[in-house]
Design a protein around this ligand. Sequence first.
Ligand code: GRF
Length: 182
Amino acid sequence: MIPRIAVFASGSGSNVQAILDAIASGSLVASVCALVASKPGIGAIARAESRGIPVFIGDASAAIRATSPDVIALAGYLKQIPSELIDAFPGRIVNIHPSLLPKFGGHGMYGRHVHTAVLAAGETESGCTVHLVTEHYDEGPILAQARVAVLPGDTPESLATRVLEQEHILYPNTLQQLLHGR
Ligand code: GRF
């Protein structure tokens, strides 16, 4: 059986695209059974629709009931995950975060805020982290990380771009590892 992934997104969906591309190329053996979008009009929706993937706007439980995923992959999803969902998918909800957790995680640390904080702290490296989702935001067990150098003259945007490139490699590879052990 090919594992079924429900992807949850709130933004442009470049990580959704990376997952879909990895599936198309065969490096991730899985299918995306649903996209849960936190609101209408976001880029992730068009990306899913172009592959014929059912889209559920704002309704995670309907998506779960209708499509029975094996795993949930959060890809820039900005809404709280209800604790019933976390309990129903123990060890099977993953998230990607654009810093080297446990640094620069937690409340308010999303998107540009993360990269701004990394630069303000004078860090010499940053990166991204794929981790399991627990009740405590950004604190679940870490599955994998990728590192990038912080360069002189970096802005939050330039750093975000470099981290995002790594996210697109790390997330599909970590899902493949989680689902198939290789
Ligand atoms: C990524 O940086 C991810 O780490 C964070 O939100 C961003 C989503 O970007 N959680 P995209 O919508 O996948 O392009």
